[in-house]
Design a protein around this ligand. Structure first.
Ligand SMILES: *[C@@H]1O[C@H](CO)[C@@H](O)[C@H](O)[C@H]1NC(C)=O
Length: 494
């Protein structure tokens, strides 16, 4: 066992090298940014971001095209900050830095909102058209800590806004430009864009009834709604999303259209159950060439296929009801963290959070068995395929069961090529039963023995070529596989 552990530790150095590489990369990215001098601020530096914001705040009378263009730069900065929050290891991120990043995100969002308002006002002064501006803002998901959540209040642990936020408001038309003797004259008010209170606040009209506000939304093609979404409105006093005040919701999911009525003008969003793709029905990790593999997760609604190559990954396909979805997201290489962000934003959540176990029927396993399995699977996944086994539901909390097959080709794994392995984090064995056996049994497969690591167990049956491939795998590839396994948690959420 001593020798096996020493060999394992030497393989596990891959994770340390990957950490080191990523730390160097972050430092390098900072330096690159510094050298770029392209005028965009480094969102991690408070002075830079504050200067950027106050400079923009001072500029007035910008038209909507300009604001949308500059708004995209702001959205980019917000994305960068979110990425830093996710990508930096916790021990490198101090509490006050986290708070600073989160505050910058909120300030950028509020600046963007203000700019959209100003641009709308500007637009209304030039034109006689009445328009509705839909800002592509992401929701500030300051989640409520307690579960003690009141009636009609959206629990953001259980549900997630998909497709951004729609601002719907009645606006007072600002003073209009007049043409007088060749001059264009506009009366300037310093109140900015004024909303029109609805129903109007006046004592005489207290008893009068006002028509409800009807809204028709076309669902975006850039996100998926697996079921009819809920409609929620922002309650700014309570800082929460609520579902009351909205009625007569009509769904035309085929036409991608939702209509509803509101008792006044609200900021609204569409809400989807965050866990409807969990638990997964099955999963498979399959090498496909050198430092390249395919990772497939099948859920009740969709089949999601991702590809990993070196330190990058991408979405290969999402198939729902036999047709490909989200084609604008497929085929783009990115980092594992970015992929999780992009998929979640598109409504495809296959990434359990710390509290997901409250909403999903989880196949509970000890962290020792689960996490060690992901690490050791990643170490050998360059030459071995892994897949879901129904026996993982029967093996108890202390051990995980999955299918394994040496796989040096690029075709599908044949049913007869799989074997069943069981692992508790410290002891690995091959099982005698097969996937189609009648009942679960922990009996050892004939002519096999226990090992302390998955690697040594696998080695007993592996070709030299496969072991060579394992030894040559790049540390970044191994790390990327591990990251996707630990974020999808296929051994407990299947
Ligand atoms: C797997 O690799 C083969 C050979 O390189 C390639 O033709 C195929 O497209 C890959 N499969 C996927 C799904 O990317």
């Amino acid at each position: 066992i001593g020798t096996e552990l020493a060999e394992l530790h030497s393989l596990e150095e891959n994770f340390l090298w990957a950490e080191q590489w990523k730390a160097d990369y972050r430092a390098h990215a900072k330096w690159e940014h510094y050298m770029q001098c392209d005028g965009s601020p480094d969102p991690a530096v408070p002075q830079e971001i504050n200067t950027f914001m106050s400079l923009w705040q001072e500029n007035k009378n910008e038209d909507i095209e300009f604001v949308i263009k500059k708004g995209n730069q702001v959205l980019n900065l917000i994305e960068k900050l979110n990425f830093l929050l996710l990508d930096t290891p916790p021990n490198e991120l101090m509490e006050e830095v986290i708070v600073q990043y989160q505050e910058s995100i909120l300030e950028l969002q509020s600046l963007l909102h203000q700019k959209y308002n100003e641009a709308t006002e500007h637009l209304l002064k030039v034109s006689k058209l009445c328009i509705l501006v839909v800002a592509p803002l992401q929701v500030a998901t300051d989640e409520k800590e307690e579960e003690l959540i009141g009636e009609n209040v959206v629990d953001l642990h259980q549900f997630t806004p998909v497709g951004g936020v729609y601002f719907v408001d009645a606006l007072k038309l600002p003073p209009q430009a007049k043409q007088i003797k060749g001059w264009t004259m506009v009366e300037l008010l310093d109140v900015g864009l004024e909303t029109y209170p609805y129903p109007p606040e006046s004592e005489e009209t207290e008893d009068a009834t006002y028509p409800r506000v009807g809204v028709i939304l076309r669902l975006l093609d850039s996100v998926i709604f697996f079921e009819e979404p809920m409609v929620a409105r922002w309650d700014s006093a309570g800082k929460q999303w609520r579902t009351d005040g909205i009625s007569d919701i009509q769904y035309k999911m085929k036409e991608k259209q939702i209509s509803f009525e509101m008792d006044t003008f609200y900021t609204i969003t569409l809400i989807q159950d965050a866990h409807l793709n969990m638990p997964y029905q099955s999963w498979e990790l399959r090498p496909n060439g050198t430092d390249e593999l395919l990772f497939t997760i099948v859920t009740a609604f969709a089949e999601v296929q991702m590809q990993i190559k070196g330190n990058q990954c991408m979405l290969s396909s999402i198939i729902m009801d036999g047709s490909e979805q989200l084609s604008h997201l497929t085929g783009k290489w990115t980092s594992p963290i970015d992929l999780t962000v992009v998929l979640k934003k598109a409504g495809v959540n296959i990434f359990p959070s710390d509290y997901s176990y409250k909403y999903v029927c989880v196949n509970k396993k000890t962290p020792l068995a689960e996490v060690t399995s992901y690490q050791q699977m990643a170490l050998v996944a360059s030459a071995f395929a892994f897949s879901w086994s129904k026996w993982n539901l029967a093996s108890g909390q202390d051990q995980v069961v999955f299918k394994v097959s040496e796989h040096l080709k690029t075709d599908a794994v044949k049913d007869e090529d799989w074997s069943l392995y069981m692992f508790n984090g410290q002891r690995a064995q091959r099982l005698k039963i097969s996937e189609t056996s009648e009942a679960f049994s922990e009996d050892l497969a004939e002519n096999t023995e226990f090992h302390s690591t998955l690697y040594h167990l696998i080695k007993d049956f592996a070709s030299e070529e496969a072991i060579e491939k394992v030894k040559k795998a790049s540390c970044l590839f191994i790390d990327a596989i591990y990251q996707l396994l630990i974020t999808t948690r296929v051994l407990t959420y299947s």
